[in-house]
Design a protein around this ligand. Structure first.
Ligand code: SF4
Length: 349
């Protein structure tokens, strides 16, 4: 195998090309922590911050499903919100289809939003209980497409049929509480897709659905991706789900990326201890199956004061002395497969 090429953390995994829809460059989001007068005196004016996203770079290609995975608190949902322009980055930038989002006026950003939509995980929380299904989906149509009542209704009926809520006329006047959880998630998908976006950020889109309807919702999302030429950023904590939908995947830990690459590569040749532990945690329907990798000890540390060196070192089963001092850079170990671990080669054997 060829010698791995070391690449600076800031540009690793973000080598750009003509097929890129999104370029994320050295993105950081630090949330200042509110503290009292005494605490700020003790901190000598230094305001502590939650480093939710701490220098990530990657690209999303047109037409692909790019997975972003990790435990709660890894920063994956914050990355999604930064890409959508719902949060302002502390540092770094997001380029969408050649346009730097940071350079846009609020009005231009508002118009661009029709091309970038989101599916949140909790359909009940993301639908207004006082709005009928028809009203909820009409809202973005009136903002971005047309205000003509007959045309609005036609567009809404069409998308309701597309997401499998048929006969659409019957769902149009219902309220969210009058339909099932799976149907509500279809409504949320319909609302995201009604403006014909290019990019859909799907943030744990099936996490709240019953197990029995999860596969149906995933099938629907993948069918609509082909039909409507969509690109997905698929955010999940569940590597079993990611395996069935993603083309490439990035694993996040404490605001940083620890492994990025084509899905098959990351699953077959994973060489970061954290990714290996996450993969080992995926349930296997065989009672004789035994774990090969030790599980990382403890909980994910605080993002206010992350461990020095490699953030994963307090939990890493193979950590060595230098891991608590030197931060590992993302390095390309196989074509397109990047890993941030000083000892990745050992795990690749
Ligand atoms: Fe573990 Fe060290 Fe690799 Fe971090 S750099 S994942 S602590 S071996």
């Amino acid at each position: 195998m060829a010698e791995p090429k070391p690449i600076a953390n800031e540009i690793a995994a973000s080598v750009t090309g003509p097929d890129d829809l999104v370029q994320v460059e050295n993105l950081r989001k630090h949330f200042p922590v509110q503290s009292g007068f005494l605490a700020s005196l003790l901190n000598r004016g230094h305001i502590p911050a939650v480093k939710a996203v701490d220098g990530v770079s990657f690209t999303i290609r047109k037409g692909e499903v790019f997975g972003l995975a990790g435990e709660s608190g890894s920063g994956k949902s914050t990355v999604g919100r930064l890409i959508l322009g719902l949060l302002e980055p502390t540092e770094g930038r997001v380029v969408f289809d050649g346009t730097d989002l940071g350079s846009l006026s609020p009005e231009t950003m508002r118009r661009l939003r029709s091309r970038m939509q989101v599916i949140f995980q909790d359909p009940l929380a993301s639908l207004n209980p006082r709005m009928t299904i028809g009203e909820a989906i009409s809202h973005p149509v009136r903002i971005h497409i047309t205000n003509q009542p007959d045309e609005v209704r036609r567009v809404v009926i069409e998308i309701l049929n597309k997401v499998g809520l048929a006969p659409a006329e019957q769902f149009y006047d219902k309220y969210p509480h009058q339909i099932s959880g799976g149907q509500r998630q279809r409504v949320v998908i319909a609302r995201a897709l009604v403006t014909a976006p290019d990019l859909v950020v799907a943030d744990e889109p099936i996490a709240m659905a019953d197990v029995s309807v999860r596969a149906l919702l995933l099938d629907l999302m993948m069918r609509l991706k082909e039909e409507l030429n969509l690109t997905y950023l698929f955010i999940t904590h569940d590597l079993a789900t990611a395996k069935y939908v993603c083309d490439r995947i990035a694993i996040m830990y404490l605001g940083k990326m620890c492994e990025v690459g084509p899905l098959a590569d990351v699953y077959e040749y994973s060489c970061h201890p954290y990714t290996r532990a996450l993969l080992e945690a995926v349930p296997v329907p065989d009672p004789r199956h035994r774990r090969k990798e030790p599980m990382p000890a403890g909980e994910i540390p605080s993002a206010i004061n992350p461990p020095p060196g490699c953030h994963f070192h307090p939990r890493c089963p193979i950590a060595r002395e230098n891991c608590s001092v030197e931060e590992p850079a993302l390095r390309e170990l196989r074509p397109g497969h990047f890993v941030a671990c000083h000892y990745a080669e050992e795990l690749l054997k």
